[in-house]
Design a binder for this molecule. Structure first.
Ligand SMILES: [Zn+2]
Length: 313
């Protein structure tokens, strides 16, 4: 069984203002890291544009159409302080969501063991009716609901290890007991949500905030003692990873001190859980990660793990 890598050059056409950390070079850095010989066995597919039906799994149709309608023909349109649309943004966002849907199709259909979607803009800050924090459509949420709707997955577990809390994913699944949303993130930090006390209407939101300066030890303890046991008892039919790599020590936007090995370790933890509960099915979607070297190395280690290679330490 194999690992699928989904991308599309259209994600480079989502332009952000000069100096913005969420930039096309992020994807170029990942692609360069994956040129190494050991990644030639990845199966590669291009991300299709998501259909309205798929987007509507997580967002109301009028909200989606409003984003389409405000897309600029030239220049940039500002959505909030740090979120902008360029002429290529809408298609890039559609392909990000479409890539997540395709990943679920290939994993649930048994064509591959797991899949990674290397697209931008990211998705986990996108709430049901609000684009924010560099995000437009919530790719992880759409993937989760697609697995439920098309493949009758009863329970989906999401682990979001981006350094920022995934307020959007939490918002979408707050009252949904069929989706377990787990997050490690730095607090206090943007967007300000993700307290321990935020547990959702059915206790299926699991937040494990970390403090600035925390590194491998605190992260691994949170995964081992809080998140992995919850995923284990939830017994999901598929696991989705919101894979942001901005908790890496090199990242300029936050102050956690994880290494690429920590992401490989967490990936292996989730693979053990997926092996036990759901036929190894994992779909991982790229979220943040703004230091190009930290992002590229972390993504390579994450993929090494998904491909079944043992990573030391
Ligand atoms: Zn982030």
């Amino acid at each position: 069984m194999s690992t699928l890598y989904i991308a599309h050059p259209a994600c480079l056409d989502h332009q952000t203002p000069f100096g913005h950390p969420e930039r096309p070079d992020r994807i170029r850095a990942i692609e360069r890291a994956l040129e190494k010989e050991r990644f030639t066995s990845l199966i590669r597919e291009q991300a299709p544009m998501a259909e309205m039906d798929s987007l509507a799994l997580a967002h109301p149709e009028d909200h989606i159409l409003r984003l389409r309608d405000i897309s600029p023909r030239e220049g940039l349109v500002r959505i909030d302080e740090d979120t902008t649309m360029s002429p290529g943004t809408y298609e890039a966002a559609l392909r990000g969501a479409g890539g997540a849907v395709l990943a679920v199709d290939e994993v649930m259909g048994g064509k591959v063991r797991n899949a990674f979607v290397a697209m931008r803009p990211p998705g986990h800050h996108a709430e049901r009716v609000r684009a924010m924090g560099f995000c437009f459509f919530n790719n992880a949420a759409i993937a989760a609901r697609h697995a439920q709707k098309k493949y009758c997955a009863e329970r989906v577990a999401i682990f979001d290890w981006d350094v920022h809390h995934g307020n959007g994913t939490q918002d979408i699944f707050w009252s949904d007991e069929t989706v377990l949303y787990c997050s490690t993130h730095e607090a206090p930090l943007y967007p300000g949500t993700g307290a321990l006390s935020e547990t959702g209407d059915h206790g299926t939101i699991v937040n494990a905030p970390l403090s600035a300066g925390d590194g491998s030890e605190a992260f691994r303890e949170a995964v081992d003692t809080v998140i992995a046991p919850r995923i284990d008892s939830f017994a999901p039919d598929i696991i989705i990873i919101s894979a942001g790599f901005d908790a890496h020590w090199r990242d300029p936007l936050a102050s956690l001190n994880l290494t690429e090995s920590d992401f490989a370790w967490a990936t292996q933890k989730l693979m053990d859980l997926a092996d036990r509960h759901c036929g190894q099915r994992i779909v991982s979607v790229l979220e943040g990660g703004y230091d190009l070297e930290g992002l590229a190395k972390s993504t390579a280690f994450h993929l090494d793990a998904l491909m079944g290679r043992e990573i030391g330490a």
